[in-house]
Design a protein around this ligand. Structure first.
Ligand code: GRF
Length: 210
């Protein structure tokens, strides 16, 4: 049984998808805790309703990023995680924190990385005239929104797309690829060679959505 700790800052729809898929597919894993930097994060209630331990480490209570990250790491480590899943966790992490969980921390970013790291990805994709958008699950490295790519989902950008319509279409695919990628990790199905993550059985790591 592997322990998964999920970090959120908001509604937590990706966390919900992972919790539900872990249960329905009976992964060899348990969600050991859901932790937020905001007490108001909607996803905390969902986690509690499923009997998952929750914790809040409020970044505003710390003077420095290092102090916050040290406390966050201490709380996470208390749940003995095999994998830390960032699911809409809106904090920039220090190098020390990232190194502590290196190789066992995943993130989902709502763009086809390496395009559009950072914020407002959907608006930027529309403004750039992209015909394809999507989301990326990747291992976390100290470089923000970089790191070896585990899975990507691509969707078309439609002529009348707005930030709202495109983000909704991408989010639907996030809820497919993130649970899938986490499952691969807990099943030890991934290999890492330099910067390339491959599935041991050659399973496709690309999802084309609509
Ligand atoms: C998602 O779009 C994810 O890609 C990004 O933040 C959003 C989180 O949404 N990192 P939710 O909290 O999982 O609903």
């Amino acid at each position: 049984m592997k322990n998964i700790v999920i970090l959120i800052s908001g509604r937590g729809s990706n966390m919900e998808a992972i919790v539900d898929t872990c249960a329905s597919e009976q992964w060899p894993a348990r969600i050991a805790a859901v932790i937020s930097n905001k007490a108001s994060a909607g996803g905390l209630q969902f986690a509690a309703s499923r009997g998952i331990p929750t914790a809040v480490v409020d970044h505003k209570a710390f003077d420095t990023r290092e102090a916050f990250d040290a406390e966050l790491a201490r709380v996470i480590d208390g749940y003995q995680p095999d994998l830390v899943v960032l699911a809409g966790f809106m904090r920039i992490l220090t190098e020390g924190f990232v190194r502590h969980f290196e190789g066992r921390m995943l993130n989902i970013h709502p763009s086809l990385l390496p395009a559009f790291p950072g914020l407002h990805t959907h608006q930027r994709a529309i403004e750039a005239g992209c015909k394809l958008a999507g989301a990326t699950v990747h291992f976390v490295t100290p470089d923000l929104d970089h790191g070896p790519i585990v899975a990507q989902a691509a969707v078309p950008v439609l002529a009348n797309d707005t930030e709202t319509s495109l983000s909704a279409r991408v989010l639907k695919q996030e809820h497919v690829i993130y649970p899938r990628a986490v499952r691969w990790f807990v099943e030890d199905a991934l290999t890492l060679d330099q910067n390339r993550v491959m599935h041991k059985q050659g399973t496709t790591q690309l999802l084309i959505g609509d």
